[in-house]
Design a protein around this ligand. Structure first.
Ligand code: 2NE
Length: 275
């Protein structure tokens, strides 16, 4: 695959393939691809581009190098109020930028595939969980570390994990902070497939190509449908607006619009009341 760089970033690389794959690579291998606020801002910008760009059908999220997908929040910029954008600055106030990123990923109407080599740990583990699919290299290692380092993710890190692996396993993962290899993760249902490290990108691209050959709107509706149950009202809202997106092209909806513009009574009686 030929990857064409897009945009100007410091913490990530953002690339497109001609066939419609957008690839976001967290590019901080010196800290096992830990994220700082800037990293999250850049991933968010890349995701926005990928969402808005009609040429993009599937998004891959990965980490630079064979050692890590992502090791979670950058402990060096962790303050008393969250993660700090300007760690040295007086009065700097921290945030959990990644929380907003999770929501953005859940609502983005295109499949997101985590391509995991090496560690997916802590907040990096939650990032792969939030992706729709995970393709793992045989050297991948998964786990949560929060309770070991004085942190936790009770959001998707708890609820989605429990949904995927079951409550007992999810509690084990959080209560013991063990690491799990790629095959254990696959058996738990956290990973879709495990391949040799050398084949990781080839396999991921193959999965992307299979999705790119399918109906984009059907994939969009399936993603929204899964999330409608899991994300409560916010999930239903997205599915409902996807229905509205289709309804707007319907003659009945157009009659309402045209009647309003023409200041006439809408002639809805000409449309069937479907069984
Ligand atoms: C990831 C892991 C298991 C890798 O171990 P290993 O032995 O392969 O590498 P090493 O030597 O630990 O790490 C290599 C370099 O990367 C830095 C290390 O400090 C080390 O730096 P140098 O000594 O070479 O200077 N590094 C690794 N992870 C880092 C991190 N997250 N922040 C800053 N520097 C990091 C092992 O490194 C590990 O366990 N890392 C720590 C994982 C961690 O604590 N993550 C944060 C959890 S909390 C979180 O992510 C979070 C949340 O809970 C809620 C909201 C938002 C975020």
């Amino acid at each position: 695959v030929v990857w064409t760089p897009v945009g100007d970033f410091t913490d990530i690389r953002y690339e497109h393939s001609a066939e419609g794959i957008a690839k976001i690579t967290i590019n901080r291998p010196e800290v096992r691809n830990a994220f700082r606020p800037q990293t999250i801002v850049e991933i968010s910008q890349a995701l926005t581009e990928a969402r808005d760009n009609p040429a993009v059908g599937v998004i891959v999220l990965t980490g630079e190098g064979p050692n890590a997908f992502c090791s979670g929040g950058d402990q060096r910029v962790r303050g008393d109020t969250g993660y700090l954008s300007e760690p040295g600055a007086a009065g700097a106030v921290g945030r959990f930028h990644v929380t907003d990123l999770h929501i953005q990923m859940r609502r983005l109407p295109k499949p997101i595939v985590a391509m995991v080599a090496g560690y997916a740990i802590g907040g990096g583990h939650v990032l792969h969980l939030v992706c729709d699919l995970t393709i793992a290299a045989d050297n991948a290692r998964f786990g949560q570390v929060g309770p070991r380092v004085g942190s936790f993710d009770g959001g998707y890190g708890a609820s989605l994990l429990a949904e995927i692996v079951g409550a007992k396993k999810a509690k084990e993962i959080w209560f013991l902070c063990r690491q799990y290899d790629a095959h254990q993760a696959e058996r738990m249902g956290m990973v879709n497939t495990v391949v040799p490290l050398a084949d990781l990108e080839r396999e991921t691209v193959q999965w992307c190509r299979e999705m790119l050959a399918l109906s984009p709107f059907a994939l969009r509706l399936m993603k929204a449908s899964f999330h409608a149950a899991e994300d409560g009202m916010a999930g239903i809202q997205q599915l409902a607006h996807d229905a509205n997106l289709l309804f707007y092209a319907n003659e009945e909806a157009k009659e309402g619009r045209e009647a309003f513009k023409a200041r006439r009574r809408p002639e809805f009686e000409k449309f069937p009341r479907r069984p």
